[in-house]
Design a protein around this ligand. Structure first.
Ligand SMILES: Nc1ncnc2c1ncn2[C@@H]1O[C@H](COP(=O)(O)OP(=O)(O)OP(=O)(O)O)[C@@H](O)[C@H]1O
Length: 295
């Protein structure tokens, strides 16, 4: 299974939300990482044939996905950022309903729903109403609906947003488990999601994929090193003006800075191991949206 994006562009009133992306993806987990507004959702909606590109094309094993139409959608699973569900339906009935919309025969759907409920850890909750599920459980029901047709391509838009640390870890494990023999593309602005499950990282900014590769490749692409050094509290501002500071930690004898710099910033500085979080700051100039410390 190969998805090929060729000069893919989407404009909204002259504004390029996705700007000239050329990229090939095959089986594995691809983590699409970018700040809010980078164009992730727009890119994913095109990959799901929900919106058409302004120019460029998307090929699935060499064939245009919009020409393949239903044939392509049969091998596609999609979990949007906000997915619609019927609040009064039980989890089981919701999945059976989506299966019927997807044209699955009832006997096959029943088997598949039972299997998926177990896989996403909702078997015991299957009779609970959708509106009574926690955020994480709802997201798991969402992934189950995306998996009903055993898709070859699974697209997940911010699947871990708003989940608590335990749910997030559980979700990451689930995605890893589901990623066998398929192409999974998941977007996030949370670096630790990518660190744990993605084989390939795509960094997106201003509608473009600025960097792609394995984590190691991306880390090696950065022309700077990471250093830590302890400075006096009143010197922090001066250091921030001079260097990119990716983190600060208060210690009893001052502030420990994590600094991105080609050369050692201080005779006392110690070289540290570069992480994806540092890269994000280096390329995007801001910190990520990690709202929980789950490392
Ligand atoms: N239908 C639309 N009409 C006009 N502008 C749009 C439309 N959809 C998206 N945009 C703009 O395109 C840009 C990219 O939006 P998109 O939702 O793809 O980003 P994103 O990376 O998914 O962000 P987030 O993480 O906040 O969901 C934004 O500036 C957004 O305002």
């Amino acid at each position: 299974m190969e998805l090929e994006l060729k000069k893919l562009t989407k404009e909204f009133q002259g504004f390029k939300a996705v700007d000239d992306i050329t990229l090939t993806m095959s089986n594995g987990v691809y983590g699409l990482l970018g700040v809010n507004g980078a164009g992730k959702t727009t890119l994913m909606r095109m990959l799901c044939t929900l919106i058409k590109p302004t120019s460029g094309s998307i090929l699935c094993d060499g064939k245009d996905i919009f020409a393949l139409d239903g044939e392509y959608r049969r091998i596609l699973g999609y979990l949007p950022q906000e997915f619609g569900f019927y609040p009064e339906f039980s989890v089981h009935d919701y999945l059976m309903y989506i299966a019927s919309i997807k044209g699955m025969r009832t006997s096959i759907a029943r088997k598949r729903v039972t299997e998926l409920l177990r896989q996403v850890g909702l078997a015991k909750m299957q009779n609970r109403k959708m509106k009574k599920l926690s955020g994480g459980m709802k997201r798991r029901a969402g992934i189950a609906q995306a998996m009903l047709n055993n898709p070859k391509i699974l697209i997940l838009d911010e699947p871990t947003a708003g989940l608590d640390p335990n749910e997030r870890i559980r979700f990451r494990n689930l995605i890893s488990e589901l990623s066998q023999d398929r192409l999974v593309l998941l977007s996030t602005h949370i670096v630790s999601d990518i660190e744990y499950i993605a084989n390939q990282v795509l960094l997106m900014k201003d509608g473009k994929i600025s960097h792609s590769g394995t984590q190691e490749e991306i880390i090696q692409s950065v022309p700077v090193k990471v250093w830590s050094c302890v400075v006096a509290n009143n010197e922090v501002e001066m250091w921030q003006k001079q260097f990119k500071v990716s983190n600060m930690k208060t210690l009893s004898d001052g502030i420990e800075l994590r600094i991105l710099s080609e050369k050692s910033p201080h005779y006392n500085a110690k070289e540290e191991t570069m992480t994806l979080e540092d890269i994000f700051l280096y390329y995007f100039g801001e910190k990520t949206g990690d709202d929980y410390d789950v490392l």
